[in-house]
Write a protein that binds this ligand. Structure first.
Ligand code: HEM
Length: 254
């Protein structure tokens, strides 16, 4: 049985298809292992050599990795939800109810999106605490810490913009309160110089797209939630991961 499996594996790694995807041989020698890491898109994000402390689960707790995993879950379930949801006052609430009661596995899909979002907020905060308590924000990692801070803000904004989309009473009033807070922003807020020029030039108006919460707000939050914020997060995560590698891998224990 094991011999047959070995022969089958040997056969696979010598086929033209395998060789066209993986240019080096089977990673059975030191050299082939290095080449596998260098030549594979996903593996090449990892350094060729990893320090042993970086592999200890109780040093990083894989919290950054789990945050990224939850972001992937959010992306996949979010795309599936987009097939059923229309961001208009007429349909938004109805579509959420249909998802719950009419679409097969709709409730499961919506809950997966919801719980992964809650989970991501928690794991990103825990990840930041881990980075802080291991002193990993110190040179040369200050830049990556700052990228991380923006990622934290983006994670919170993703949650906030997603909150309005069900268009129920909870969503409507939570976002009324949330966007009202923007009025207190220095300079760009409701007391700032721009607001004196016109009612339509404070940051709250730009967020809502109107004086009160309206269909414009729903559309703005939908575009921010589904396109602008995830796109910004993907770009910054790319820089974040690349910097972890360029800064010499995971920091050492104190
Ligand atoms: C969407 C949010 C985030 C994702 C997906 C993410 C992902 C990661 C991953 C995968 C690592 C490798 C080590 C590990 O898993 O702990 C890492 C390291 C790091 N992260 Fe994040 N991160 C996020 C947010 C943050 C935040 C909010 C901060 C700080 C404000 C931060 C600062 C750092 C720093 C400084 C490192 C290097 C740590 C070291 O060398 O030990 N990250 N991040």
């Amino acid at each position: 049985m094991i011999k047959g499996l070995k022969r089958f594996t040997e056969w696979i790694v010598h086929t033209q298809i395998w060789k066209s995807i993986f240019r080096q041989g089977w990673p059975d020698t030191e050299r082939n292992r290095v080449l596998t890491t260098l030549n594979t898109l996903i593996f090449h994000l990892h350094p060729i050599k990893v320090k042993s402390h970086a592999l200890k689960v109780n040093y990083v707790f894989c919290l950054g990795g789990v945050s990224f995993f939850l972001f992937i879950v959010e992306t996949i379930t979010g795309i599936l939800l987009m097939f059923y949801y229309r961001p208009t006052i007429e349909y938004a609430y109805q579509d959420m109810k249909d998802l719950e009661f009419a679409v097969t596995f709709g409730l499961f899909l919506r809950n997966m999106h919801r719980w992964a979002a809650h989970g991501m907020v928690l794991t990103v905060i825990f990840h930041m605490c881990r980075v802080f308590y291991t002193g990993s924000y110190k040179p040369p990692r200050e830049y990556n810490w700052c990228i991380g801070v923006i990622l934290l803000v983006l994670t919170l904004l993703l949650s906030f913009t997603g909150y309005l989309l069900p268009w129920d009473q909870l969503a409507f009033w939570a976002v009324t309160v949330g966007t009202n807070m923007a009025k207190a922003t220095p300079i760009m807020g409701a007391e700032g110089p721009f607001h004196l020029l016109s009612e339509m030039s404070d940051i709250c108006f730009y967020l809502r797209g109107s004086v009160d919460i309206s269909e414009n707000t729903l559309l703005r939050f939908y575009v921010l939630h589904c396109i602008a914020l995830p796109l910004a997060a993907v770009v910054l995560m790319g820089i974040h991961f690349w910097r972890v590698r360029k800064d010499g891998g995971i920091s050492g224990p104190l």
